[in-house]
Design a protein around this ligand. Sequence first.
Ligand SMILES: O=P(O)(O)OC[C@H]1O[C@H](OP(=O)(O)O)[C@H](O)[C@@H]1O
Length: 301
Amino acid sequence: MSIEETASKIKNMEIRGAGKIARCAVMALKEYALSIDAESTELYLKALREGCNELKNTRPTAISLSNALSYVMRRATGESIEEIRANLVKAVDDFVEASIAAIEQIATMGSHRIVDGDVILTHCNSTAAIRTIIKAHEEGKQISVYATETRPRYQGRITARTLAENGIPVTLIVDSAVRFFMQKVDIVIIGADTVASNGVVINKIGTSLVALAANEARVPVLVCAEGYKFSRETAMGRIVEIEERDPSEIVDVAEFEGLDVKIKNPVFDQTPPRYIDSIVTEMGVISPFAAYDIIKKFEER
Ligand SMILES: O=P(O)(O)OC[C@H]1O[C@H](OP(=O)(O)O)[C@H](O)[C@@H]1O
């Protein structure tokens, strides 16, 4: 798929999920790198950087996107265009393979935290979180899941369908019913778009409410997040931008035609580390307060 088409599909969320948008972005860059030529290595690299920027600007909160592109571009080196191209292609293939393997590694480690008979609550639609839940089921643990529908785009319905298709008892609830059901829950398992260096987890809007209700009920919150979702930029003092999307995702704005009604649609929120029990990464299970260690480990890769 071309960079333009990929960027458009990531922006309109036809392609979504922090991990998937990262993989699709670097694969689009690979296709572009294979399709173009240039009069010099400098011009070739300039064209690649322009392609990167078009992809990077699609969804500002998911650091996975920029981390993936940076991982690949750091390795796009060489004396000739052919050498640069070959190194970029290898870096993309390596990233995609490792990012898919990371989900399985997270699921294996995360499943150890799920006990036979557990009632799980999950929010939105995280591949890493869902794979962890399915892994526990595959290991024969009798589990059931509450899945929040996750307004305004209802990603939780995908989660409910996926878990049911895997034979897992699942109950779909509205987001505002989380505290109502939390007394029945043994563990919350969610994904992440970005993990900041101070352990703050940025995930789908409503996550911080889920974590707050879990904390009140003494229910542990387990975050499943691959290493490339940890933000080095926050370690340098940068703030993660919370994406605001079109109000039309929430309501038909014509309903309020002529009325002074503001509609805000932030699509992520920030959960403080004190509300999180552990973050399961492919490099191990950590306290959210140890997020910086993962940033350093991932940099060494
Ligand atoms: O990478 P995986 O675990 O699939 O998803 C991570 C997170 O990305 C999604 O964002 P969106 O629905 O794309 O806005 C959700 O917030 C989900 O928890």
